[in-house]
Design a protein around this ligand. Structure first.
Ligand code: AMP
Length: 214
């Protein structure tokens, strides 16, 4: 089964992907995570993506599409996959159709996690992460036991460069201008379901489970 999660940055795509990975044996294909991995390891791909990511802009389509093609090539096409953060504009969506075709896959479900802009800003501005363990916290909604440090690794927590307020606003603008119009593109093609992304993560996951097992 192939699922595509679409929504504004901070709408909970990553959290729902983690649930699918741990509870339903999905593999997670997150272009944001792949870019961050390359950035951390200072690979040529990471260096070319760096300035776009830092400013909250989309990495150019050619680079992103090639990266997704490469990632998919090494994954068995029977493996359940959750696509998170790709495609993000019309050009990527059209390329994605071709990539899916050539890898003999089809999208079974598309879930739009709908969250208000005010909530997105509140979520992202308070988000903290542990660079090594990868755990994600929130200053008020999911605080660590010891302020500023990871419960698991004890390392100091950091704020993503692109979670600074001025960058969040740019990312939201791109979502409304480039990504959200994809809902119309997919409405005509696939089974698209809009979910209330302001519910608790567990409740959203139950909504997803009841749909995919129906
Ligand atoms: P995310 O973690 O999905 O919010 O992605 C973080 C950043 O990675 C984005 O702000 C972009 O700079 C870059 N990125 C992730 N996915 C894409 C994509 N599909 N197209 C272009 N850039 C992307």
């Amino acid at each position: 089964m192939n699922i595509f999660l679409i929504g504004a940055p901070g709408c909970g795509k990553g959290t729902q992907s983690e649930f699918l990975v741990h509870k339903k044996n999905f593999q997670h294909l997150s272009t944001g995570n792949i870019f961050r991995h390359h950035l951390k390891n200072e690979t040529p791909l990471g260096l070319s993506a760096k300035k776009y990511m830092k400013e909250g802009k989309l990495v150019p389509d050619g680079i992103t599409i090639d990266m997704v093609k490469d990632s998919l090539a090494s994954i068995d096409n029977q493996q359940n996959l959750v696509f998170d953060g790709f495609p993000r504009n019309l050009k990527q969506a059209q390329a994605f159709d071709k990539i899916l075709d050539t890898s003999h896959r089809q999208l079974d479900w598309i879930f739009y996690l709908e969250v208000s802009d005010a909530k997105i800003i509140e979520r992202l501005a308070g988000r903290l992460y542990a660079p090594k363990s990868g755990r994600v916290y929130h200053k008020t909604q999911k605080p660590p036991q010891k302020e500023g440090f990871c419960d698991e690794s004890g390392e100091e927590l950091a704020q993503r460069e692109d979670d600074k307020e001025e960058v969040i606003l740019k990312r939201l603008k791109i979502f409304w201008e480039d990504t959200r119009p994809l809902l119309d593109y997919y409405k005509e093609k696939f089974t698209l379901k809009t979910l209330d992304g302001e519910k608790s993560p567990e409740d959203i996951f139950q909504d997803i489970l009841s749909i995919i097992s129906s």
